[in-house]
Structures are given as C-alpha cells and as structure tokens.
Design a protein around this ligand. Structure first.
Ligand code: NAD
Length: 246
C-alpha cells in the first residue's frame, strides 16, 4: 500500500515544512489549505519538482462537512491515507482571558481541538479500512504546559486538550497498530504570530528560550517526520517537546 499523508494547514509555516519533509520519505502528500490556494499550489509544485507526489486540497478543518470532503478527495486522488498530521491551528488575538471575545475563543477550540478530532476520526476510519495501521501526529505547543498567561490562555488550553487527546487516544488504539503522537513546538517565526497582533513579541519571547533563538519550521518538521517513521514504532500516546529548551 502506498504511503499517503494528509497535512492540515500546509500552505505555509510549519505545515509546509512538514509537507516538504515527509514527501522526501516517499509519502504522497495531501497539502490541505483553508484559503490561500496559491501558497498551497506552490508547496505542491516544490514537492513535484523534487520528484515527489502531492496534491493541494481545500478544506476548513473546523467544518465537519469539509473534513469529510477532504478525506474523500484524498482517497480518490492519492489513495487511502496512512498518516495524518494535524497541524492547522490558530491563536486568536493576544490578550487576557476575561476580556477575550467568546466567539474568538470558540473558533480557537473549533479549529485546534474539534477540527483536529474530526480529522483524526476520519483518519482512523481510513486506517481501519486499509488494515495496516496508521499514524497521527498532532502539532501541539509548549504553551500547553505553561498556560500562556496574559497572552492567550484559551490557545494554551486548546493545546492542553490536544495533549490529553493524544495520550488517551494513543492508549485506546495501541493494540490496533495505530500510533497517536504529538510534537510541541516552542516558538517558530511564522505568520501565526502576525495574527496574534503584537509585532515586537518575537524578541521578548526569544529572550525566554534557553537556546536564545526561535525554531526554524524545518526543525519542527524533522521531529514530525521522525514520529511518522518506523523509527518511532514503539512511541505512542506521548508528545515530544521541540522548544529549544522551553
Ligand atoms: P501558520 O499560521 O503559519 O500556519 C497555520 C496554518 O493553518 C495556516 O496555513 C492556516 O491557513 C491553517 N489553518 C488555520 N485554520 C485552519 C482551518 N480551520 N482549516 C484549515 N487550515 C487552517 O502558523 P504555524 O506556526 O505554522 O502553525 C502551525 C501549527 O504549529 C499550529 O497548530 C500552531 O498552533 C503550532 N505551533 C506554532 C508555534 C510557533 O511558534 N509558530 C508554536 C507552537 C505551536
């Protein structure tokens, strides 16, 4: 059976780096994107130019019907998924919880937690039909353990939910040959921080990182590629921090 992976939110940032990296492992890669088709097509073009197989597929992971369509399209065009990287994520704008817009908080949970669960449910169904197990890698955050006070408690809480899901589901599926793992980046300079709405935050956050520098998205992609690989065959129900010492 061919190796087929869906990487959500893979038009840019960490997701794009993951898509490029796992294509080098022989995966046919579904590059999921929400809005920016041109960015996703450019990731696909790069993978194809390097001799790999990839397809851009639009879907908002926060909308169950679109998740169903994403999986149906991937199965039709690339084959049954054998792996899923739940990378799509949003933070909402920086601020304190009591004043935060509840609609924004709900959107963060809808994408980071419920959307991730919907994708995972669809992936498990595909893995079971394929009969050869599968791997899910959830992109979490070191914020899950710090709580990110005064910044985005709701985002940190959503990632803590993701870590709990990884742990519980990994155990639930352990005898089925399906592994569920997580990778928790610390701080990587991607567009996600532009959305948070504080331009000089990068310097402040970097000063708290033991390695005194942000991650390159490619460094996070290495950890995800390892989690997906047979080298991690005895690793499940756990999340690896990839935070430069955070
Ligand atoms: P990014 O904003 O560049 O990428 C996020 C991607 O997810 C974008 O392409 C966006 O369009 C997509 N996305 C958002 N909502 C979506 C939806 N509903 N459906 C489909 N796609 C959607 O940010 P990034 O830093 O590359 O983030 C990737 C992941 O890494 C996120 O889960 C984020 O929480 C996590 N993370 C990032 C950092 C960091 O410092 N950059 C740190 C810890 C964790």
């Amino acid at each position: 059976m061919d190796k087929v992976v869906i990487v959500t939110g893979a038009g840019r940032g960490i997701g794009a780096a993951v898509a490029r990296r796992v294509a080098r492992e022989g995966y046919a890669v579904a590059v999921n994107y929400q809005r920016d088709a041109a960015a996703a097509e450019s990731v696909v073009a790069g993978i194809r130019a390097a001799g790999g197989k990839a397809l851009a597929v639009q879907a908002d992971v926060a909308v169950p019907e679109q998740v169903r369509r994403l999986f149906a399209t991937v199965e039709r065009e690339l084959g049954l998924p054998t792996a899923l990287v739940n990378n799509a994520g949003i933070t909402g704008r920086l601020g304190k919880f009591p004043e935060a817009d509840p609609v924004m908080v709900e959107a963060v949970f809808r994408t980071n937690v419920l959307g991730l669960m919907d994708c995972t449910r669809a992936a498990i169904a595909a893995f079971r039909r394929g009969g050869q197990g599968g791997v899910v890698v959830n992109v979490s955050s070191t914020a899950a353990a710090s709580g990110s006070p005064h910044e985005y408690v709701w985002y940190a809480s959503s990632k803590a939910a993701v870590d709990g899901f990884t742990m519980g589901l990994g155990k639930e599926l352990a005898t089925e040959g399906i592994r569920v793992c997580g990778v928790a980046p610390g701080f990587a300079l991607t567009d996600i921080h532009a959305a948070a709405g504080e331009p000089d935050r990068a310097q402040r956050v970097t000063s708290r990182i033991p390695m005194q520098r942000p991650a390159q998205p490619e460094e996070i992609a290495e950890a995800v590629a390892w989690m997906l690989s047979p080298a991690a065959s005895y690793v499940t129900a756990t999340t690896l921090r990839c935070g430069g010492g955070v």
